[in-house]
Design a protein around this ligand. Structure first.
Ligand SMILES: Nc1ncnc2c1ncn2[C@@H]1O[C@H](COP(=O)(O)OP(=O)(O)O)[C@@H](O)[C@H]1O
Ligand SMILES: [Mg+2]
Length: 465
């Protein structure tokens, strides 16, 4: 059932040269300090209120002598999650992205929090069509009536960067028109500046928490996510890589109706991957979906060397088959053959509990510790990856995180990682997201077994080369 992609791989058609001022942000306004401060204050307020909430529960427990009551904490979790969600909806930008990540982690976060935050995967309150329509026309340089036969004024979904309207073309084809929020790049720029300030401050105060690598990554990838010409190119590349596999589908961009801020593509039906009951009602086996999901991402990382970095449930749909639909391809990255070999070596070294090889593999992957010895790598490998592999399960859980977090923090403090491979950071993000979905689907996948065919093919390839 690859009907949505039946034309196969489209040869890239040239994106029409934008008219002067078209596809550009209004006047390229400079980043205002006021906006930065306002956003900072809103987040600070949120943090303080939530912190005070937990503290007062703790205090009350002590004073009343009743200790901590689970249901009180659950109620506070819900209140906190609602407050974070509401602040994110008001502020937009990176806070929504952070909530999307947290809302995907059903493996390590309580269900009440996940339920509330996962609304932000695709149900952010949209902008009004009276604002969106003129903006769309200014970006495409033509009137909506010229471009589309119909365009629904109510969006089908709205998320972190854009809202998506369904429409039809004169040819009768149903399309999804992804329209970037008009001021989103200013908002993202303000958030990046604020986060940068904190990360640099933290790195100065507490030298073992240096997240500047992450900051560099955000600076590199967010502008690409805001460029839908890049997303369209990624979509074509993924479709090409999966051309021989009709279990995986990507949207096909329509370049004539796209630009940096608008992406028109074929409309694809499907059930959001985390709606387990709906999947069941449609006769779709969730265990098969979990297998397909893991296989699809392992293939991207270990076989194609080009992978999607944002598999949260809002970006994954399922059709009967099961067929996996992957949307929102702005965040994608190369995984070089060297990194792939490093990852395969690391896996083998962890399984074999071979300390020397573990260090070598981490270094090959581009990691460095402050003291240049491998202690931290060993702890990391044993605690985190070793446990996950030994458990033979495709997802983490709270008990596992609790078990390893103290020891891991101690190791990181004693000898922090000062350099990390940016590819691996994104792979870790993907693993985290897949772990969350794996839990929701009650995945039966053994990650090691799933990796085996790919490890084997790398070794064969090496032997041949
Ligand atoms: N081609 C499509 N067909 C059907 N629905 C789509 C399509 N593209 C996007 N959507 C819907 O719109 C939502 C937001 O689109 P997405 O590309 O994820 O934007 P964002 O970058 O803002 O997250 C998706 O979660 C999905 O529900
Ligand atoms: Mg999305």
């Amino acid at each position: 059932m690859k009907s949505n992609n039946a034309t196969g791989i489209e040869l890239p058609r040239p994106v029409p040269a934008p008219l002067p001022g078209v596809g550009q942000k209004p006047g390229g306004r400079p980043l205002s300090l006021g906006l930065r401060i306002a956003r900072f204050l809103a987040v600070a307020r949120m943090v303080i209120v939530i912190y005070a909430g937990y503290k007062s529960l703790q205090l009350w427990g002590k004073l009343s002598g009743r200790g901590s009551r689970k249901n009180f904490y659950q109620a506070q979790d819900r209140r906190a999650a609602r407050r974070v969600r509401d602040t994110a909806v008001r502020q937009e930008g990176l806070l929504i992205k952070a909530c999307q990540f947290a809302g995907s982690r059903g493996d390590i976060l309580p269900p009440e929090i996940v339920e509330i935050l996962s609304e932000l995967h695709d149900r952010v309150p949209p902008r009004d069509f009276t604002v969106i329509k003129p903006w769309l026309e200014s970006q495409l340089g033509r009137s909506v009536e010229e471009c589309f036969e119909t365009l629904e004024p109510l969006p089908v979904a709205a998320a972190s960067l854009a809202q998506v309207h369904r429409g039809t073309l004169r040819s009768g084809e149903t399309v999804a028109v992804k329209i970037q929020y008009p001021d989103i790049d200013r908002i993202i720029a303000a958030d990046l500046a604020n986060i940068g300030f904190f990360i640099r401050l933290l790195a100065r105060i507490e030298r073992s928490f240096d997240f500047r690598v992450l900051l560099e990554e955000l600076h590199r990838y967010l502008p690409l996510e805001l460029d839908f010409v890049n997303e369209a190119a990624n979509a074509r590349r993924f479709a090409e890589n999966f051309a021989d596999d009709d279990r995986v589908v990507f949207p096909t961009p329509i370049p004539e109706l796209s630009c940096r801020t608008v992406l028109t593509m074929n409309y694809i039906e499907g059930i959001k991957i985390s709606r387990v009951e709906q999947l069941q009602d449609a006769g779709i086996n969730k265990h098969e979906v979990a297998e397909l999901l893991v296989d699809t991402y392992l293939r991207q990382i270990l076989s194609h060397g080009f992978f999607h970095g944002d598999p949260h449930p809002g970006n994954l749909l399922v059709q009967p088959g099961p067929v996996l639909v992957i949307l929102d391809l702005g965040l994608a990255k190369e995984f070089t053959p060297e990194s792939r070999d490093g990852l395969v070596e690391l896996t083998a070294a962890i399984i074999g509990r071979d300390a020397a090889s573990i260090g070598r593999a981490f270094r090959k992957l581009g990691f460095e510790t402050r003291d240049r010895n491998d202690d931290t790598f060993h702890t990391l490998a044993e605690l985190f990856l070793g446990q996950a592999l030994a458990d033979g399960r495709a997802y983490a859980d709270l008990a596992m995180i609790e078990r390893i977090s103290d020891e891991l923090l101690r190791a990181l403090r004693a000898n922090p990682i000062v350099k990390a491979s940016s590819e691996l950071l994104l792979v870790l993000r993907v693993m985290g997201l897949l772990s969350g979905i794996g839990k929701q689907l009650d995945s039966q996948v053994d990650p090691l077994q799933a990796m085996m065919p790919f490890i084997f093919s790398v070794e064969q390839h090496d032997a041949a080369g």
